[in-house]
Ligand binder design. Structure first.
Ligand code: SF4
Ligand code: FES
Length: 368
């Protein structure tokens, strides 16, 4: 099967972020500010992405508003012909900056929601006053008229707020809400005891989403990422490895998914050394789990293998210790029962404290 071009690119402009969410999926070892790509290099990468066939550019982080050149980056992306989506917590965006982003041609904003009230949101984000600030930013976004997606990240502590999150999306005039149950990658793996939803919560969330999809049809699109430790079949992660999207991280490495650095035997090409075209089609990391040839049983002989592509490679690595194993979420995996038991054990740790994301140092440490 020939490799299609990618449709979307996630540009992680920086790992810097004013929040310190315990579910952060960025790697435990983050890129420092002095390792970040400069404006001109990002602009070149955006052009290469467009030439390669990318249509949508997601500007992310960390917090992309931490980049002083954000407006210039949006201009560069629009000049390259890309549809631009800003994925932000809202912290660091002023009314003036939003107006500048609008003038620069920004197409869409995706605003994260840590909780539906200040108590929850500020506790989870580890940022006092963050909720109030975010609500102000949401109002400015509405005034300008940016198409908006609300991204509600849910876990054991705030899943009861899902109905209110759905109401808030409508009040803000969002066209879409992403109801995303926490995925345990990167820093989030440290917080499974504190954040793992209970099985009952996972079932309830699916019920609420199913009902809301019916009730809000034509008014609000609901994307749903369920609590997959409690599911019987895995998600098709990244639309299939090396199939539809790529991530460029702050120091220029290009990854097939945001957690790919957790697979120790992979090495990643950098945009400083190779073209995005060659990295996508010829890069070793992109070809490692592309298609179905790498699969072993049960995936190899499974009728769902081109539906979910064996699930998530990073989850197989984290839980089974083998990135080419069947995602242990799958009922056909020999590790499925153990994973479900593990999920229940995590979910029962009622008093587990939150371990907040720690920011990277600003500069490299001076040599001894
Ligand atoms: Fe998907 Fe593999 Fe499970 Fe089949 S065995 S459903 S391909 S993860
Ligand atoms: Fe890496 Fe799923 S996060 S394949």
């Amino acid at each position: 099967m020939s490799t299609p071009p990618p449709i979307a690119m996630l540009a992680e402009l920086t790992h810097r972020c004013p929040l310190s969410c315990p579910y952060c999926s960025n790697p435990v070892e983050m890129a420092r500010q002095d390792q970040e790509l400069d404006t001109a290099t990002w602009a070149r990468v955006f052009r290469e992405a467009a030439d390669l066939g990318v249509l949508q550019l997601h500007l992310s982080g960390g917090e992309p508003a931490s980049r002083r050149d954000l407006v210039d980056l949006v201009i560069a992306a629009r000049d390259a012909g890309l549809y631009t989506n800003l994925i932000t917590s809202g912290i660091g965006l002023t009314q003036k900056r939003l107006a500048e982003l609008d003038a620069a041609g920004l197409d869409h904003v995706q605003l994260s929601l840590q909780g539906t009230n200040p108590e929850m949101a500020d506790e989870i984000g580890g940022y006092k006053g963050g909720f109030k600030r975010k609500m102000q930013v949401a109002e400015w976004i509405g005034d300008i008229g940016f198409p908006l997606t609300l991204n509600a990240v849910l876990h054991r502590r705030n899943l009861h707020q899902l109905p209110r999150a759905l109401e808030m999306a409508q009040e803000m005039g969002a066209r879409r809400i992403e109801v995303a149950t926490v995925q345990f990658h990167g820093w989030a793996l440290k917080n499974r005891d504190a954040l793992m939803p209970t099985r009952d919560q996972a079932v309830e969330a699916t019920k609420i989403v199913t009902q809301a999809r019916k009730a809000l049809k034509g008014r609000l699109v609901i994307d749903y990422v369920p609590a997959d430790y409690h599911e019987d079949y895995p998600k098709r992660c990244m639309g299939g490895w090396g199939t539809s999207g790529l991530n460029v991280i702050p120091d220029g490495q290009v990854l097939p998914c945001h957690a790919a650095q957790s697979i120790p035997h992979l090495t990643f090409d950098r945009v400083q050394d190779a073209s995005l075209h060659d990295i996508w089609y010829k890069g070793a990391a992109f070809n490692a789990y592309r298609g179905t040839d790498w699969m072993a049983d049960p995936c190899k002989t499974c009728e769902r293998k081109t539906i979910d592509f064996g699930g998530c490679r990073c989850q197989a690595m984290a839980i089974v210790g083998d990135a080419s194993a069947t995602d242990p979420v799958c009922i056909k995996s020999p590790h499925h029962g153990a994973l479900q038991a593990q999920a229940d054990t995590h979910a029962a740790q009622e008093d587990a404290p939150l371990t907040y994301r720690v920011a990277p140092p600003k500069q490299s440490e001076p040599a001894e």
